[in-house]
Design a protein around this ligand. Sequence first.
Ligand SMILES: Nc1ncnc2c1ncn2[C@@H]1O[C@H](COP(=O)(O)OP(=O)(O)O)[C@@H](O)[C@H]1O
Ligand SMILES: [Mg+2]
Length: 250
Amino acid sequence: MKIDNLRVVYRTDDTETVAVDDFSLDVKKGELVSIVGPSGCGKTTILRCIAGLLQPTSGKITIGDKECTAPGSDRGMVFQDFALFPWRTVKQNVEFGMEIAGVPKEEREERAMRYIKAVGLEKFADSRIHELSGGMKQRVGIARALVMHPAVILMDEPFGALDAQTRNIMQEQLTKIIQHSARTIMFVTHSVDEALYLSDRVVILTKRPSTIYKIIDVPWDRPRDRADPEFTALRKKILEYLEMQNVMED
Ligand SMILES: Nc1ncnc2c1ncn2[C@@H]1O[C@H](COP(=O)(O)OP(=O)(O)O)[C@@H](O)[C@H]1O
Ligand SMILES: [Mg+2]
C-alpha cells in the first residue's frame, strides 16, 4: 500500500482545521506498521481516508495498482468500540461481510468457523454479543476483519477499551495470528509499549497537522520481551520524541 502526500482539511462554518498534511508512507505486504502520536493529531483521520470513509483534500492512496477512493473488501477495519451487531450471534457477525459479498452459505460457515477458532472463540460461536466480555468482543471484531482476506487491515486503537491484562493477552494473540499468516496491518495506538510489542515499524506523528516526525524500525523477532533492556531503551526514546511534540505545542 502506498500513501502519497495525504492532506486533510476539515471545514466547518467558521473554522478550518488541517488534520493531516504531507503524509506519505509505503507499507510493505505482510508488514505491521503502528502509528503513534499525540491525541487529536489526526491518526483516525488517516485511517478513515485509507478505509475510503473520508475523501482526502488532496493526495492519493493505492493498494497494488488500485486507488482507494471508496470502501472496498480489500480493506478491513477493526474499531475501538467493536461496532458489532448486538442482535446477531458471534458466527452471524463474522459471516456478515460474506453475506453482503454473496458467498454461498456452506463456504460462509466454514470460513467463519475457521476464524472464530483462530481467535479462540469456538465455544461461543452461537453466543450473542452482549454475553461476551470486552476482550471476546474484540476477538469477534478481528475475526470479522480477517475472514474477508483483505489486503490491508486497519485497526484504530482496537485494544484501547480493554483492561491492561486483557490487552496484553490480545496483543499476544494478534502476534500469533500474524506469525501464522502474513497480514498487512496499519495499527493506530497511543501506547508506545503496544506499538513496540507488535510492529515492524513505528511511525511517530507530529502534533496536528500530523506529518511524519520519525519512523522507527523495530529489529526484534516475535514474541518480544518487554523486560529486555533494549525494549525498554527504545520505548523510552520514542516517549521522549512524543514528549518533544507536546513541548512544541506550548
Ligand atoms: N468531522 C470533523 N470535523 C471537524 N474536525 C474534525 C472532524 N474529525 C476530526 N476533526 C479534528 O481533526 C483533528 C484530528 O482528529 P482525529 O483524526 O480524530 O485525531 P486522533 O485520532 O489522532 O486523536 C482533531 O483536532 C479533531 O478535532
Ligand atoms: Mg483517534
